[in-house]
Structure formats: C-alpha cells, structure tokens
Write a protein of this length. Sequence first.
Length: 173
Amino acid sequence: MRTADSLLVVALGVWFVVTLLAQFGPERPLRRLRIADRLGLLPRWAVFGPRPIDADRVMLYRDVEVTGGCTPWRELPDPPRGRVPWLWNPTKRVESATIALSDSLSVAVHRLPAQQMLVQVPYLLLLGRVSRVAAGPATRRRQFLIAQVRVRNPQGRPEVEPTFLSAYHRLPS
C-alpha cells in the first residue's frame, strides 16, 4: 500500500469514528467539534425519538396579481442540488434552516401579537427566501404559508394543517 493510500484509509477511519461519536457519544464533549465542523462533515440523524415525525412541513406561497386575483398555492422550490447530493450536499443546510425557521415561527405565532411577528428574524429570513422566487410580470404582492401535511386516512389523501400564514408583502422590483 502506498503512503497516499494509507493516509486516505486513516483519514476515512478517523472520520468514521468521529461520526459515530458525534451521533451516539455524549453531547457536551462534542459541542466544540460540532462548532468547528464548518463543512458539515459530521451528520446528525434524528429519525427516531420519543415522538417520531409523522408529518411533512411544507412552505407554500401565492402571488397577488395586478387584477387583484390570487394565484393557486405553490410549494417553495428546493434549492438546486449538485451532481452527487448523496455525497456532497451543501444546499441541505438551506433546507434544514427553512425547517428550523418554520418551526420557530409556528411556535412564536401562539406567543406574540401579529405585528411583532413581522419583525421576528425567522419571519424576515423566510420572507427573503420566498421573495427570491421568480415572479411573473403581473405579480404585485406575495404571501407564504407554512403547513404540515399528514397522510393518515385509508384513502391516502393528504391532510393539510396550516400552522402559519404571513401577511401580504410587496416584492422588490
């Protein structure tokens, strides 16, 4: 085995052990390691838990056109992925941030008055993401909706439960 091959095997072995520790090891000693992980090389899986996930969180938006009519609700498109998302997927952070921000908004909506919601950081960040989606020439304002989608019925039809509805906002010209 050449030296380069040996170094690669050692590096991959260390990465594997650190990944296992990051997933199953004690949280406190690994906090510094997670902070130092700027490239997102240490995955964190949270599939199982006291309350398993039974719904998908979706973010929808609609436009108000010059005529005053609204377009149908559309799902916010995912950021473009690279050629090998199973190996390297930096856009996953955008998706994860969107989920975390929508969770924050869904909780805050029960604690804060409507006017205060408009200046909350999660609201402004999600509004920025929704506002960057290309709009038609007749579009004047945009609104977004965060909802949970569950499929529990025998017919397999999705049940949509709105958790947060934004105000209408003008789009940058």
